[in-house]
Design a binder for this molecule. Sequence first.
Ligand SMILES: [Zn+2]
Ligand SMILES: [Zn+2]
Length: 353
Amino acid sequence: MNCAADATGSWRRKALALSLGGLALLAAGCASGTTPPPRVAPTPRPTPAPPDRVVRVQVTENGRHRIVVRDLEDYVVGSILSETALAGLPAVAATHVARLQAVLARTYAVANLGRHAREGFDLCSETHCQVYRPPDAYPERFRSMARAAAAETRGVILAYEGRPIQALFHSDCGGHTSDAGIVWGGVTPPYLLAVPDPVEATHRPWQFDLSAEQLREALNGDARTRVGNRVDRIDVVERDVAGRATRVVIDGERAPMVRGEELRAVLTAAFGARTVKSTRFDVRRDGNRFSFVGTGFGHGVGLCQVGAIARARRGESFVAILGHYYAGARLEHLGRLRLTSRGPGARAGSATP
Ligand SMILES: [Zn+2]
Ligand SMILES: [Zn+2]
């Protein structure tokens, strides 16, 4: 999944380091069911209701679009199930993976309400926004796990300077995440800076081979990479700290220079998302064959899903994991934030891989 194309432009928020703290705000929740537990405490909870509790989601059923209105927390349950594979994880690790995805899904929804306002809903249910399928599409075992994770983190989001962050994530960083601004341009908010991700044996290598003719045709299909009648070589002329190709010169009849992410966008549009899986690549030429050889899957900004899962497996809590990938963001309760009303949401959202 990928929202890279949306993520150009400058980041709105300025830099100021805050630490991940205040975990006491995780409201203890009922682990089963989506209805709130009956109020038995003699003292009323002071947390006010969040201003936006519903999400209008466009879903597709039998090839037809339909808009459904979901309680935010129900939306979170469906999104946890759709964006993560809980199967095969030890119980404790699965709990933490589900909780961190709950926080990410909620943060994304709140930060991007109204992204599709012109079309009459808030979020689509595909990778453009965040994948959402109704929970009843999944086995009960995982449904109850997702419901528990949503309840246990109820109302909690990642915030920076009192606003929900753009909680970008991707499948596999390849070993190091990248600054948002280096990948797409603009200013990087401090919670989306590059971090190393040394998690043993999780980051996957890949290779994509194609002929010079296929490459030339694909490049000529986009104005940014138009190379003309021949393509001679592709040179990575600049890399970021993570090793991602940030500037690439395509040498042929013409010699366009593009961002690595632009080249990846052009090639994946032509050949599919599972071809040039990241910009953490080298390009080799052998006669008429070009090979892209790399590691990772996705844009590499924000949380790395395979890294997060590996961390949960080795016993890190979802709080520690979020703190690693979004350093400087805080867990906050929605009820304590002053949120702006629905507007044309922000650019970049869920971003797997
Ligand atoms: Zn969308
Ligand atoms: Zn990683």
